[in-house]
Design a binder for this molecule. Structure first.
Ligand code: SAH
Length: 364
């Protein structure tokens, strides 16, 4: 068996390089050079850090690996959404999606290989959870995106005279494969590195965590004093239906979940967004909208409606556009701050876990 790889260089917070350099007997400026090499120049191997002496690059390579995730496949849809299938060092595959808009690229990242929560309509849970991603692997997803963006100039051109922006996503949404609060420590470490001004430098309010409703994770996040956005996947206005769609509801039912969200808002001053995937005939009827209004009326929150992206074999279908618009209208009329997500990347299986699943079923 080959020896285990050393931990990833991308798993260290920028501030952790200084003590490490000290331990290695190096001057402090080396830590600055390393952090610049990693997050300004997007080095993908120690040999690319040419500001460092060759011997030092070898020493660092023994301590920490600097190996990008392998891009196995890129699916590009007509609307510019790109979905990357990436392979980890142990061969496990994960997905990340790049969604361009007028002035920025939003990247959707994965936090686990598979998922243990088994939501009925979601492809990620189809085969359970294989393993957690490390913080370094999560950051490496963003590094893969930066590389692709640099190579393909998907950034808007800078204003005349302005310094060209570094090729990196402007928004991160933790809505790919996996449940972030089931891998809390690694996810939070990765997000801190992405947020750090000396790291990837993505503003906290441009980073959104999405949970299926893992109540202890929400409580823990409330104590962190961070400004990340929080989304909670609700998908049903009553326990009977939510139990069917999301087994997590049996552990933390709607009342417990909403109480926790209320506490979260009181503690952090941040409003929670509830995601509600619209599934034809199941949770998209007018009486569901009315029940949702009754549930959320007195809670400061936002709602994001997501028309289902159907997953083969689940039997669930996407509602008609007019049904989605009617649902939106009912919530807006009740003064609930609601958006309807435009489905993008439909032709690249852009819903969570779909590309990985398809590639397992049909590797070509
Ligand atoms: N585990 C986390 C984050 C990953 S999924 C969570 O559950 O929130 C991100 C969002 O996409 C969740 O709201 C999830 O329920 C939703 N989703 C999953 N599969 C989907 C599909 N096929 N169509 C539409 N939304 C889907």
């Amino acid at each position: 068996m080959s020896p285990p790889l050393p931990p990833s260089a991308w798993s260290l917070l920028p501030a952790e390089w200084k003590p490490l350099c000290k331990e290695l007997g190096l001057p402090a400026f080396r830590s600055e050079q390393i952090v610049t090499g990693l997050y300004q120049n997007f080095a993908q191997s120690w040999q690319e850090l040419t500001t460092l002496p060759a011997g030092l690059r070898d020493t660092l390579a023994e301590r920490l690996s600097l190996t990008p995730l392998e891009t196995v496949h890129i699916h590009e849809s007509a609307d510019g959404v790109r979905k990357l299938l990436l392979a980890c060092a142990d061969g496990e595959r994960i997905e990340t999606v790049l969604i361009p808009s007028k002035d920025r690229v939003t990247q959707c990242i994965s936090t686990q290989v598979g998922c243990a929560f088994g939501c009925a309509f979601c492809a990620s849970g189809a085969a359970g959870c294989v393993r957690d991603l490390t913080a370094g692997e999560i950051v490496a997803e963003v590094m893969a995106a930066c590389h692709l963006m640099r190579a393909s100039a998907v950034l808007p051109s800078p204003r005349p005279g302005a310094k060209p922006a570094l090729p990196r996503p402007g928004n991160i949404v933790v809505m790919g494969m996996g449940e972030p609060f089931a891998n809390y420590d690694n996810v939070l470490r990765a997000l801190r590195i992405l947020n750090d001004q000396k790291g990837v430098n993505i503003g906290a309010r441009h980073i959104t965590l999405s949970t299926c409703g893992v109540v202890p994770g929400i409580r823990r996040l409330a104590e962190e004093g961070l400004q990340f956005e929080l989304s909670v996947s609700l998908h049903a206005p009553d326990d009977a239906l939510r139990d069917r769609l999301m087994p997590v509801n049996k552990r933390w039912p709607i009342a417990t979940l909403l109480d926790t969200c209320r506490d979260y808002t009181e503690k952090t001053g941040r409003v929670v967004t509830f995601e509600y995937t619209l599934v034809k005939g199941l949770n998209d009827r007018p009486h569901h909208a009315d029940a949702l209004i009754r549930l959320l009326r007195h809670l400061p929150c936002k709602v994001n409606l997501i028309p289902l992206s159907p997953v083969e074999g689940t039997g669930f279908e996407r509602p008609e556009d007019r049904t989605c618009l009617a649902f939106l209208d009912t919530l807006l009329k009740a003064k609930i701050n609601t958006t309807l997500r435009k489905s993008r990347g439909k032709d690249v299986d852009a819903a969570c876990g779909q590309l990985r699943l398809r590639k397992q079923l049909n590797p070509l």
